[in-house]
Design a protein around this ligand. Structure first.
Ligand code: ADP
Ligand code: MG
Length: 168
């Protein structure tokens, strides 16, 4: 029973092409409530930015050409149905750098925050969050593991699973 419980709020998919990854992102973006924090973890080319494009689309960001990795400025802001903050911490040297651009607001504010390379500030992540681990699984395949940390996140991931299974 404990094992079965451990699975609640965790959802694993192997997407077969970039479009599927986009679509998954869009489905999740459509149900993310204000104040959500999404931690994206995976190596270069795993699909974090592509998934973020889908998330942004689902959040109501019309033009996903805007959605590019903000490696040098650390954060991009998009206008969706709620403000969307997109961070990429690949080049981050220390937590002080994100603290300086208003990390607390990203963690606790009413917008939606999407963070690539979130594992670089593992200690600073809010307890309630969505975590998405991405892994290369072939030229056009990526393994995506979604997990909700905290009860609201778990419910959200179960909802995502239902939406995905309905579309497939
Ligand atoms: P990251 O931000 O993790 O470095 P990107 O999203 O920028 O990765 O790049 C992912 C690359 O992998 C893109 O060129 C994309 O077209 C390619 N790709 C191939 N198959 C997939 C897939 N199933 N899901 C996501 N990206 C894929
Ligand atoms: Mg990226």
């Amino acid at each position: 029973m404990i094992e079965a419980n451990a699975e609640i709020g965790t959802f694993e998919v192997v997407t077969q092409n970039p479009d599927q990854t986009m679509r998954l992102g869009r489905l999740l973006g459509e149900i993310l409530p204000p104040g959500s924090f999404v931690a994206l973890v995976g190596s270069l080319g795993a699909g974090k930015t592509l998934l973020t494009k889908g998330l942004a689309r689902g959040l109501g960001v019309e033009d996903d050409r805007e959605v590019t990795s903000p490696s040098f400025v650390l954060v991009n802001e998009y206008r969706g149905r709620i403000p969307v903050y997109h961070l990429d911490l690949y080049r981050l040297d220390s937590y002080a750098e994100v603290e300086g651009i208003g990390w607390d607001e990203f963690v606790a504010g009413p917008g939606v925050t999407l963070v690539e390379w979130a594992d670089k500030v593992a200690e600073e992540l809010p307890e309630e969050r969505i975590e998405i681990h991405l892994q290369w699984a072939g030229e056009e395949k990526r393994r995506l593991v979604f997990s909700g940390k905290g009860r609201p996140g778990q419910t959200l991931i179960e909802e995502l699973r239902h939406k995905w299974e309905k579309e497939e």
